[in-house]
Design a protein around this ligand. Structure first.
Ligand SMILES: NC(=O)c1ccc[n+]([C@@H]2O[C@H](COP(=O)([O-])OP(=O)(O)OC[C@H]3O[C@@H](n4cnc5c(N)ncnc54)[C@H](O)[C@@H]3O)[C@@H](O)[C@H]2O)c1
Length: 313
């Protein structure tokens, strides 16, 4: 990701930032960009960061001692990405997703309060809103999550709201759309499944008829939006997506074009908690200067090259 000179993102020299989940898909892009901008980054993740030059507190964030080590004196911002991210896993084990996504968030907020950390950025999701039919989703829509995953993210948003109002932590909850990009080979979401199907010739399962609408946003756009929101001191929720909705069938067609593989499809019944449509209004983010740069085909090319030659994104 390139950063414009003079943009808010270019003013991070020496700023101490904790990135939880910094070894993961989105986190590794966030960490790389922050380091490029001169920030003093600490990662906290149960998996060690692959770059030995990155300071990493490796451990389970449910452990208070790990959290205390992660929030070093002088930390100015916490970018909290560590979470149980699988909706299906949350349906199978709602207690576990609560412990990781809510209790860890609360523990980090307490440390932010105690240590005077100025900013807290929470990775949330458009899944906090639930079934709104095909209505356009903006930040004002009531929260009615359909899954434990969505509920825990909504709970995190509420906790952050309280810490913002009561203790002066500048908190923003970024509601990500479906994020894709290089570095997601370990994930089980639909884009990496498509890439694996293209590589090994297997059939891909599609829930329902594939006409359900989704907003697919490239991870580089997410990182840019996150930096803009944080540096602008935005408080409250903010939707970060591409601002375009495409059907699952459109996504499969784009993947076929990019990979040159036929990617056969098997339609299976939908899962509980699936949103029928996701149509996101990103105008609040646009007002902060956010402008998604990737279209689906261009974005999928970056994922495909990551799957085929392992080139870094
Ligand atoms: N990828 C998406 O499409 C998407 C969409 C909406 C929201 N989000 C949110 O963005 C954040 C990052 O997602 P991602 O796709 O990069 O996920 P990821 O699974 O690739 O990364 C999550 C990282 O957090 C770490 N982690 C999880 N629980 C931990 C714990 N208890 N202690 C220590 N480390 C822990 C994992 O080891 C992993 O490295 C998550 O909060 C997720 O809910 C992602």
């Amino acid at each position: 990701m390139t950063v414009r000179e003079g943009s808010p993102e270019s003013e991070l020299n020496g700023v101490a930032v904790l990135v939880t989940g910094g070894t993961g898909f989105i986190g590794s892009h966030v960490v790389r960009t922050l380091l490029e901008l001169g920030a003093d980054v600490t990662v906290a993740d149960r998996n060690p960061h692959p770059d030995p030059d990155v300071r990493c507190v490796t451990g389970e964030l449910a452990d208070p001692a790990v959290r205390r080590r992660a929030v070093r004196p002088g930390t100015r911002a916490i970018i909290h990405l560590a979470a149980v991210t699988s909706v299906l896993r949350s349906l199978e084990d709602p207690q576990d997703v609560y412990e990781v996504n809510v209790e860890v968030t609360q523990g980090l907020l307490e440390l932010a309060r105690a240590e005077g950390v100025g900013s807290f950025v929470l990775a949330s999701t458009n899944a906090v809103t639930g079934d709104v039919g095909a209505a356009r989703i903006d930040e004002n829509i009531p929260l009615r999550p359909l899954t434990p995953y969505g509920a825990t993210k909504a709970a995190g948003e509420m906790l952050l709201s309280a810490y913002s109002a009561a203790y002066g932590v500048t908190g923003t909850s970024l509601r990500f759309a479906n994020v894709y990009g290089p570095g997601m080979r370990h994930k089980d979401s639909f884009v990496p499944r498509l890439m694996r199907a293209a590589l090994d010739g297997s059939t891909i399962q599609v829930y329902g008829d594939g006409t359900q609408l989704r907003d697919y946003v490239h991870v580089h756009d997410i990182v840019r939006g996150m930096l803009l929101a944080w540096r602008a001191g935005h408080t409250g929720p903010l939707i970060l997506g591409s601002g375009r909705s495409e059907s699952v069938n459109d996504l499969i067609e784009a993947a076929r074009q990019v990979t040159g593989a036929p990617i056969p499809v098997d339609h299976v019944p939908g899962k509980p908690g699936e949103m029928p449509a996701v149509v996101l209004d990103v105008s609040a983010a646009r007002a902060l200067g956010y402008e998604p740069a990737y279209d689906l085909t261009g974005g999928l090319k970056t994922v495909w090259s990551d799957f085929t030659d392992g080139a870094p994104g």
